[in-house]
Design a protein around this ligand. Structure first.
Ligand code: OGA
Ligand code: MN
Length: 219
């Protein structure tokens, strides 16, 4: 049956349907609850006290040339890689990361909480700063590959003050039902999702800074 002239608010099919991502406070039980719905949640207040230091440190390290172009797969040319993913990264266990290692410890404590509340066999956390120059993106992908189950949960914390919707750079998460949800990479926002969910980074008008982390099964 066709609908005419008005918006019912319900999509006819799931293609391009946008959905609101669940929100949670920083407590691991609340995060686990929120994740149990669609597999993703925006976390409020997890690193508010560290956000300014992380934002400053990521910019300083980027300016010093400490970040390395990210790699995808094997054997593909640098040019193909840039089309797939345009970010550079530095792992937070590097001695140059002072604020970064404080965040890493906090994520390790969160991992212990989530291991309990989600009953997931999380054994370790890895995290890196990422810098996307203006115009760069990361094509639709999963962080967990079918032949390697080591990444269970993905987490991204954003380090961009005064970011606006028309600056772009949203993280777009694609849910199993065909809907998708966007996260704006504003300073202090973070998001956690099942690593098997497909997602992408849309191109931004400005340089975009973040920390990406993974809660892993193995050591
Ligand atoms: C990644 C990733 C998302 C983001 O690094 O794998 O998907 O919003 N990052 O930066
Ligand atoms: Mn990813």
């Amino acid at each position: 049956m066709a609908t005419h002239g008005y918006d019912t608010g319900v999509a006819e099919n799931n293609v391009n349907m946008q959905t609101a991502i669940a929100r949670s406070g920083p407590d691991s039980v609340a995060i686990a609850d929120a994740l149990c719905g669609s597999g993703a949640c925006i976390i409020d207040g997890l690193f508010a006290d560290l956000a300014d230091d992380l934002a400053a440190e990521s910019r300083l390290l980027q300016q010093r040339g400490a970040m390395q172009a990210a790699r995808v797969g094997r054997g593909s040319s640098q040019q193909e890689n840039l089309q797939l993913r345009g970010d550079s990264a530095l792992w937070l266990d590097d001695p140059a990361c002072i604020a970064g290692r404080q965040l890493l410890h906090r994520l390790e404590r969160l991992a212990e909480g989530l291991r309990e509340s989600l009953r997931l066999p999380i054994r370790s956390v890895e995290a890196h700063y990422a810098h996307y120059p203006a115009g760069a993106s990361y094509a639709r992908h999963r962080d967990r590959f079918r032949d390697s189950g080591s990444r269970l949960l993905s987490w991204v914390g954003y380090l961009n003050p005064d970011w606006r919707v028309d600056d772009g750079g949203q993280l777009r998460i694609h849910f199993e039902d065909g809907a998708s949800g966007d996260v704006l990479p504003t300073l202090g926002t973070s998001v956690c999702f099942l690593s098997e969910l497909e997602h992408e980074v849309l191109p931004a008008r400005l340089d975009r800074y973040s920390v990406a982390a993974w809660f892993r099964r193995d050591e």
